[in-house]
Ligand binder design. Structure first.
Ligand code: KMH
Ligand code: ZN
Length: 273
């Protein structure tokens, strides 16, 4: 089995310091959290950015400052900026980090409920995102929150509307209003991805680690981080993203799977050298 790629989603757009004081807003805090995750074994950092007061932003300039600073602290880390942004942002707003030509970026695969809100990703929006990623030679991480999102993105790839083989999927399970984080649902999704694809699973909230364990055994990759989960165990706040990554490293080693370095992750994900 390939080594395990761990992604740390260090910040997100929705979580706040009121929920966990270690949630990063400033550039310095984002670097601190990225480095804690990288030092613990994360080869990939999925990044959102905020204004200093915590307001989510998709500002190209803010992404540039944050990504440059993270790269300085974690030289070979794979950065996946978000094109999802926060609920309610326009497609133009969300696309700004693609102007920085990152090696990867997220591409969200359909509209869905998101707690009390609706996360909008219409077909025309997704075509615009796909076109930009093809033009800028960016490998998407296909974010699937719902079972139907996988079929949608496979159909788009077959038509050449988004980058195709080898595809990288992230099954984000357990968002309130979307597909629940069960092993049955994960197996259903993994059984339907094209041969040669890679995949990651993200369990939201208390399913972070109960989804990580089967994912490690099934040969997938794992994402954890404050975007998805603020606790290290039931009722106990995580002190850092690094602490969440350390727990995945421990699980993986116990289950006999080694952890991929950024260089190994680049090879597994077929990224441009
Ligand atoms: N903030 C969520 C509404 C992504 O990064 O591409 C969407 C999100 C997905 O976080
Ligand atoms: Zn995100």
């Amino acid at each position: 089995m390939e080594k395990l790629i761990i992604t740390a989603a260090i910040c997100g757009a929705e979580v706040t310091k009121e929920q966990n004081p270690a949630v990063p807003y400033t550039v310095e805090e984002i670097v601190r959290e990225a480095k804690s995750a990288y030092d613990a074994g994360a080869a990939v950092v999925h990044i959102h950015v905020r204004e200093d007061d915590g307001t989510p932003t998709q500002s190209r300039d803010r992404f540039k400052v944050c990504m440059d600073a993270v790269r300085e602290a974690c030289p070979d880390v794979i950065l996946i900026p978000s094109t999802g942004g926060a609920v309610g942002m326009t497609a133009e707003e969300r696309l700004q980090p693609t102007e920085l030509f990152p090696e990867m970026a997220t591409l969200d695969c359909g509209t869905c409920n998101f707690g009390d809100e609706v996360f909008e990703n219409t077909m025309p929006m997704m075509r615009t995102f796909g076109k930009r990623m093809l033009e800028n030679n960016i490998k998407p991480e296909y974010e699937c929150f719902e079972m139907g999102h996988l079929d949608t993105i496979l159909r788009m790839a077959a038509k050449g509307e988004v980058p195709g083989d080898p595809m990288q999927f992230n099954f984000v399970l357990g968002v309130p209003g979307c597909t629940p984080a069960t092993v049955e649902n994960l197996v259903w999704l993994v059984n339907r991805i094209p041969a040669g694809s890679t995949w990651t699973a993200t369990g939201i909230g208390r399913s972070a680690f109960t989804l990580a364990a089967p994912t490690i055994v099934m040969g997938g990759n794992v994402r954890v981080g404050f975007e998805d989960n603020l606790n290290i165990s039931r009722g106990v706040l995580a002190r850092s993203n690094g602490e969440l990554v350390e727990k995945v490293v421990r699980l993986s080693r116990e289950l006999g799977r080694e952890i991929a370095s950024p260089a190994e992750a680049r090879a597994i994900l077929s990224l441009r050298p």
